[in-house]
Ligand binder design. Structure first.
Ligand code: ADP
Ligand code: MG
Length: 478
């Protein structure tokens, strides 16, 4: 039997406000436990929450960037449950009336096509505290610093059909919130995390299968693995005559498996009701205009512009616009290179990308600045060095040996373009290989490469390859 996989994601993006969603306490990460939760975050009697306007502004920006409808009126609701990291007994969230709804994003599939993923809604809510297990014997530590941190919960339609699509979607939202500057996207610190809802159904069946919800997914790699594991598990259950139980499962990265955590609550278990302490959120045209005016150029628009302005392929433009930092880096390289769009793209994607990957560095930590890389590309286009020698220059810059000119000077890498010097080397190569000359003249033209190689070797790679080629062709056909 052929199975179809169905996935919908709930992404929690921590909004990058300085203070919490309903109080003035700091949201900074990494403080001593329980130093950043105030009476409002704890829901102590006698205090009232006040909504952070910037959190609303950020949610509007997200809505605008994803073609969502911005609700003129949305309502905060209490979601009631008890958990040690939620001592006040309820989480303030939005339920029936979320702040934005009905949008979409496009994701790139592996075969190059793009696919629409629907966004059901995105709503504002507060985060809970954290339970700490490490370093405690027989008890659990509770750190409430995170309580009251603003979250945007982004709920997708069940539109993804494979773990790869789910990851592509997650990456897209990750890129988007970082472009918008509304979330730092730091997955290790938990600023960007997701729950994956997964089900399977026989191919061709309309009705959705029973889903499980996978929690604890804080890296792109884990999302893909956890979903793939869960799909296999569900298929096994059904094929051996059982039924998938709707439940929450926890992904264990060490064992690469999912385990049952609890059976799924129904909405009515939470006894949602409108929070009597908070007024409805009313958003007017002026609020929307203000958010719109603050929107940066978004990834899809930037990709399109890169294709038109720099003549890049869709795939190159897509890679270079994956993050705002990388796109900015690229455009600085182009400028410093004197407008070499394609050459810059190749160097940023292949050489720089490869080196960053190898040394596990972010673009922000690149030892070679965009200005320096662009400066080096100028030395290729003005024929000071060949593209091949440029790789050595790049490596030296990476090791911190100065800018391109300094490296070229110090290592004597300047390309030989002197026609007389090149002619002498060409003559020498021809004189030293009479047999190959004879074969070449008899029609074995691919031997040209052999001669080029000889000359390049004699020049230690420094002869201008175009000149060498041209001169060899001329002399060999004499
Ligand atoms: P809840 O609020 O209980 O988590 P929702 O109905 O809001 O449930 O759905 C949460 C997520 O689960 C959404 O992203 C939705 O697309 C997805 N989803 C719903 N049903 C299924 C299903 N049968 N298979 C896979 N994903 C599903
Ligand atoms: Mg859910």
């Amino acid at each position: 039997m052929a199975w179809e996989v169905v996935i919908g994601l709930e992404i929690h993006a921590q909004l990058a406000t300085r203070s919490k969603i309903f109080s003035g306490a700091s949201t900074a990460y990494g403080a001593e436990p329980n130093t950043q939760a105030c009476a409002v975050d704890l829901g102590l009697p006698g205090v009232l929450p006040v909504l952070n306007a910037e959190a609303v502004n950020m949610a509007i920006k997200f809505g605008l960037a994803t073609g969502c409808t911005i609700a003129p009126r949305s309502v905060f609701a209490r979601k009631n449950y008890f958990y040690p990291d939620l001592p006040k007994g309820y989480q303030i969230s939005q339920y029936e009336l979320p702040i934005v709804h009905s949008g979409e994003v496009l994701i790139a599939l592996e075969d190059g096509r793009s696919k629409r993923v629907g966004l059901t809604r995105a709503h504002l809510e507060e985060d809970a505290g954290k339970s700490l297990h490490e370093g405690f014997e027989g008890v659990t530590g509770i750190d409430l610093n995170r309580a009251g941190t603003p979250l945007l919960e982004i709920v997708s339609e069940p539109d993804m059909r494979s773990a790869k699509e789910a990851v592509a979607y997650m990456r897209k939202i990750h890129s988007l919130v970082r472009y918008l500057g509304i979330c730092d996207g730091n997955m290790q610190e938990g600023s960007f995390r997701c729950d994956a809802n997964v089900s399977v159904r026989p191919k061709g069946q309309e009705e959705l299968g029973t889903r499980t919800e996978l929690k604890n997914l804080n890296s792109f790699r884990f999302i893909e693995r956890a979903i793939n594991f869960e799909v296999e598990r569900q298929i096994d259950v059904i094929e051996s005559g059982g039924q998938v139980v709707q439940e929450t499962r926890l992904y264990d990265a060490d064992r690469n498996e999912t385990r049952s955590m609890r059976t799924k609550e129904e909405a009515n278990d939470y006894r949602y009701f409108p929070d009597p302490d908070l007024l409805p959120v009313e958003i007017g045209e002026a609020d929307i205009q203000r958010a719109r005016a603050e929107l940066p150029e978004l990834p899809d628009a930037k990709r399109q512009r890169f294709m038109e302005q720099y003549g890049l392929s869709e795939s190159d433009a897509g890679q270079l616009t994956a993050s705002r930092e990388l796109a900015d880096y690229y455009e600085t390289v182009v400028e410093a290179s004197g407008g070499e769009g394609k050459l810059s793209a190749n160097w940023v994607i292949v050489e720089l990308g490869g080196a960053l990957n190898r040394d596990d560095l972010d673009i922000a930590d690149s030892p070679v600045s965009a200005a320096r890389l662009g400066g080096m590309l100028r030395r290729i286009t003005d024929n000071t060095i060949s593209g091949k020698i440029a790789k050595d220059v790049f490596d030296a810059m990476w090791r911190g040996e100065g800018d391109a000119d300094a490296v070229i000077e110090a290592k004597g890498l300047k390309q030989v373009t002197d026609a007389g010097a090149i002619e002498a080397m060409v003559d020498e190569a021809i004189a030293a290989n009479p047999k190959q000359v004879e074969q070449y003249k008899a029609g074995k033209e691919k031997l040209l490469g052999f001669f080029v190689g000889q000359v390049m070797k004699a020049s230690k790679g420094k002869a201008n390859p175009a000149q060498v080629n041209e001169l060899l062709k001329k002399k060999l056909s004499d």
